[in-house]
Each structure stands twice: as structure tokens, then as C-alpha cells.
Design a protein around this ligand. Structure first.
Ligand SMILES: Nc1ncnc2c1ncn2[C@@H]1O[C@H](COP(=O)(O)OP(=O)(O)OP(=O)(O)O)[C@@H](O)[C@H]1O
Ligand SMILES: [Mg+2]
Length: 269
């Protein structure tokens, strides 16, 4: 049931952190049976970034799999590009969207399910796709032990409030003044707009000087520094090649350091 969200400035490592967390949690122990419904699956991964890079870092090719993004489904319905039989059987558009999502909007992968907001190929805001992202997530995330959400850069995704009850926010820090300022603003913003999170964690990225910690006075109150994800040439290479991070070797520096960070946050394997 726990919802984990990444946040931070552009390019700090939000998506790679979510991919590493998925690799770690996927193979871990389930919560106690009492908390764990019989039919629960382990992990739902959600790409809330219209630029969609999480799929690649998880080795998922939605197009090849024939899986539609939320935005694509909405526009299929709007443009009456859905199967005639669906249109006839389900007259209301919102019901069509939900039906089509369950039919072909959720990728079922090895040990995790995945869906993506996707890009919107028309002018205007992401209000409608976001509304649906939130609605669909609220509906299906209770069926999973963990929901991992990869966010776009900056603060706007927080304003969109795609989820309001979060277990842990992981704010990724690169050590620049801008990145500290981003974390302070994010912390303030979630309070102001009513996003409730049990934990607001700060994680240093691969650029942050290894083995050092940010000065406590640089971090907003109510946050906890967990440690660093170390630089790893294999992560850099796989990003360039568009390869999955899920089958990184167990001794990969990024994976080992990310597992330490997650353990410190109380996520046990
Ligand atoms: N531990 C690491 N070692 C080496 N390179 C890394 C590491 N983590 C991330 N990177 C590299 O940093 C770049 C940005 O990473 P990533 O895509 O995870 O960031 P992001 O915050 O999600 O970016 P965006 O804001 O564009 O969504 C990528 O090229 C990635 O390979
Ligand atoms: Mg990203």
C-alpha cells in the first residue's frame, strides 16, 4: 500500500532512483500476511513524467507491448478512435477510458506492473490526463504492496497533486544551491497544498561528493538525510544505450548504495 515518490531538479537522478528502488523492493519480503491481501501484487510503477523515461529504465517498451499510455487512451476516446463495439457497449466516455485502461493500459511485467501518463500531443495543460492518472492510481494502487511514482522535474507535479497520501518522498539532491532551494520549496509546497507524507527523505546523487553529508542547516526541518547513490559507469552507460537498470549486477555501486539508502528508510529486503 505504501506510495513512494521521487522529486528533485532536472537530471538529478529521480528516474534512476525509482528504478533502483523497484529492483530492491521487487525481490524483497512481503509485508506481514495480516497486512497483505491474498491477491495483492508486489509493485506498481507509475511514470508521471510526460517525457516517459521510467519505462526504458525498467526495460519496458510500451509500444512493442501494445500498451497505451493514459494520455493516448483519453485521446482515442475523445477522437472516437475506439473500437465500435466498445463505443456501443459503453456509451459514457469516462467509462470507456476506464475500460480501455484495464484492457490495454497496464503493462504486466516480471514482478511489477506499470503504467504511464504519456505525452499529450495537443496544446494546453495536462489537467485531464492528470485527473485520470490520479483516478486510476487511487483505484488500483490499494492492490499492491508498493506504488513507486517517478515525477517530472521541478515543482509543478506537486501542484498537480496526483497523490495526496504518500508514505515516503525521496528528494534527490546534487549539492548545488539550486538543488537545496528546490528541496526547501518542495517541502514548503507539499505542506501548503495538503500532500501528506509520512517521511520526507533526502538522498544525495552521484554528483554529490561521495562520503560527505550536506550540512544539517541546509536541510529543511522535518526532513531526513539518508545517504548517497554512488556514481556508477554502468548506470550511465545503460542510460545512453536505453537499457534496463533492473538487471544491474547485485554488486553495482549504484544498486548497493541505493539499497543502503532504502534500508535506512526502513524498507527491508
Ligand atoms: N548513480 C549514477 N551513476 C552515474 N550516472 C547516473 C547515476 N544516476 C543517474 N545517472 C545519470 O544521470 C542522468 C540523469 O538521470 P535520471 O534520468 O535518473 O535523472 P532524472 O532526475 O530522472 O532526470 P529528468 O529530470 O530528466 O527526469 C542519466 O544520464 C543517468 O544515467
Ligand atoms: Mg526522470
Amino acid at each position: 500500500m505504501g506510495i513512494l515518490v521521487s522529486t528533485g531538479r532536472g537530471g538529478v537522478g529521480k528516474t534512476s532512483f525509482i528504478a533502483l528502488a523497484l529492483k530492491y523492493l521487487r525481490d524483497g519480503k512481503r509485508p506481514s500476511d495480516a497486512e497483505h491481501p491474498q491477491d495483492a501484487k508486489r509493485i506498481l510503477a507509475v511514470d508521471a513524467d510526460p517525457d516517459q523515461s521510467l519505462a526504458m529504465m525498467l526495460g519496458v517498451d510500451l509500444e512493442k507491448e501494445g500498451v497505451r499510455t493514459v494520455s493516448e487512451i483519453i485521446f482515442d476516446v475523445r477522437d472516437a478512435a475506439v473500437d465500435e463495439s466498445v463505443g456501443k457497449a459503453i456509451p459514457a466516455r469516462p467509462d470507456q477510458i476506464e475500460f480501455l485502461f484495464h484492457q490495454g493500459g497496464l503493462y504486466e511485467g516480471p514482478g511489477f506492473d506499470f503504467f504511464a501518463l504519456g505525452a499529450k500531443w495537443t496544446a494546453g495543460c495536462y489537467c485531464l490526463p492528470n485527473h485520470w492518472l490520479k483516478a486510476l492510481m487511487e483505484k488500483i494502487s490499494p492492490h499492491y504492496d508498493f506504488t513507486l511514482i517517478d515525477s517530472p522535474a521541478g515543482l509543478e507535479h506537486l501542484n498537480r497533486r496526483i497523490t495526496t497520501q504518500v508514505e515516503s518522498i525521496f528528494a534527490i539532491l546534487d549539492g548545488t544551491k539550486k538543488s537545496f532551494a528546490n528541496i526547501s520549496r518542495s517541502k514548503r509546497l507539499i505542506g501548503a497544498i495538503g500532500i501528506h507524507t509520512e517521511n520526507f527523505y533526502i538522498v544525495a546523487n552521484h554528483i554529490f561528493p561521495q562520503g560527505t553529508e550536506p550540512a544539517a542547516e541546509m536541510l529543511p526541518e522535518g526532513t531526513k538525510f539518508l545517504g548517497s547513490v554512488f556514481r556508477d559507469e554502468e548506470v550511465a552507460r545503460r542510460t545512453i544505450e536505453g537499457e534496463s537498470l533492473l538487471d544491474l549486477p547485485e554488486d553495482s555501486p549504484a544498486y548497493v548504495s541505493a539499497t543502503k539508502v532504502l534500508k535506512k528508510a526502513g524498507y527491508q529486503k
